[in-house]
Design a protein around this ligand. Structure first.
Ligand SMILES: Cc1cc2nc3c(=O)[nH]c(=O)nc-3n(C[C@H](O)[C@H](O)[C@H](O)COP(=O)(O)OP(=O)(O)OC[C@H]3O[C@@H](n4cnc5c(N)ncnc54)[C@H](O)[C@@H]3O)c2cc1C
Ligand code: FES
Length: 274
């Protein structure tokens, strides 16, 4: 059987839509052909007549027959996806980029840190890690959102919290009035105990640029080596396959060499956080 071209979109049927918050939805896609991806890789979703945009699947890569993508409404393409109803068709091309190297994370303590819609690829990672938790040391998860209503995947997070290998803490920037009983503050305020053994910890971080920046500085302060801080970098992307140069970060093309880059590779770049 011939290999599928990575440049051609595969048609996928939108099977379900889950409302995660007022601005975030998860779409459940059934592609016509199975799309195998590594957690942390990204795909380009095409809405016919509107355009395409990159997203990192939030589902378990070991369940390739259904792909879930968690999408924050930002502009044209994301609004068009939010407006789709079950039964609609969408194009998926990819996967692209490197994703998380689970082999390199094996045997290590994991510090999985996310903010906002950055929880999407981390959900995929956690679901895969929890398939074989014995491969890893302690799994410490720290998630943040602006407000309780914007903290997505709440039901699953509570299930992960009960897992014997998992140590999990949540925070919100503003508690509001809806019974929030956990930490209030930005995500760096719940990182103090995330790496009791920094030399054997691999930190995986995904969130908005300002959160990546201050989380990285905190992790360095805790003693985690720059090469053990794995950052999901977002850049404006066009081709997704290393041709157009839109996603350039120093000598790297984020679409091919990333989106996951360790901090040692980008620390000299003045525009790393923008
Ligand atoms: C590798 C990668 C993975 C991503 N994964 C996810 C994901 O899982 N879920 C998710 O919700 N979003 C994800 N994004 C961001 C998503 O691609 C953008 O939100 C989307 O391209 C916006 O498209 P739009 O047509 O709706 O907005 P546009 O109409 O193009 O723009 C709306 C606004 O968003 C800004 N914008 C456009 N593209 C980006 C971008 N790449 N990053 C930040 N701001 C942007 C524009 O400057 C503008 O202000 C990812 C981006 C990358 C590069
Ligand atoms: S998006 Fe074209 S080179 Fe990366």
């Amino acid at each position: 059987m011939s290999e599928r071209s990575p440049y051609l979109p595969v048609r996928a049927r939108l099977e379900d839509v889950r409302v995660e918050s007022s601005t975030i939805r998860t779409v459940v896609l059934a592609p016509e052909e199975e799309i195998r991806f590594r957690t942390g890789q990204f795909v380009e979703l095409t809405v016919p007549g509107v355009g395409e945009a990159p997203f990192t699947p939030s589902s378990n890569p070991r369940r390739a027959e259904r792909m879930e993508v968690t999408i924050l409404r930002a502009g044209r393409v994301t609004s068009a996806i939010h407006a789709l109803a079950p039964g609609a068709e969408i194009g998926v091309r990819g996967p692209y980029g490197n994703g998380y190297d689970l082999g390199a994370l094996s045997g290590k303590d994991l510090a999985i840190i996310g903010g906002g819609v950055g929880l999407a690829p981390l959900r995929s990672l956690v679901l895969e890690v929890l398939e074989e938790p014995e491969r890893f040391g302690a799994i410490r998860i720290r998630f943040g959102a602006r407000e309780p209503g914007e903290l997505i995947f709440r039901g699953e997070i509570e299930r992960w919290r009960r897992h014997p290998s998992v140590d999990l803490a949540l925070t919100v920037d503003r508690a509001g009035g809806d019974g929030w009983t956990e930490n209030v503050g930005v995500v760096t305020t719940i990182l103090q105990d995330v790496a009791p053994n920094p030399a054997r910890t691999e930190a995986i971080v995904c969130g908005p640029p300002v959160m990546l920046k201050f989380t990285t500085l905190k992790l360095l302060e805790l003693g985690i080596p720059a090469a053990s801080i794995h950052l999901s970098m977002e850049r404006n992307m066009s081709c997704g396959v290393g041709h157009c140069g839109h996603c350039r970060l120093g000598k790297y093309y984020v679409c091919v060499d990333g989106p996951v880059l360790t901090y040692d590779k980008i620390q000299a770049e003045v525009d790393a956080w923008f």
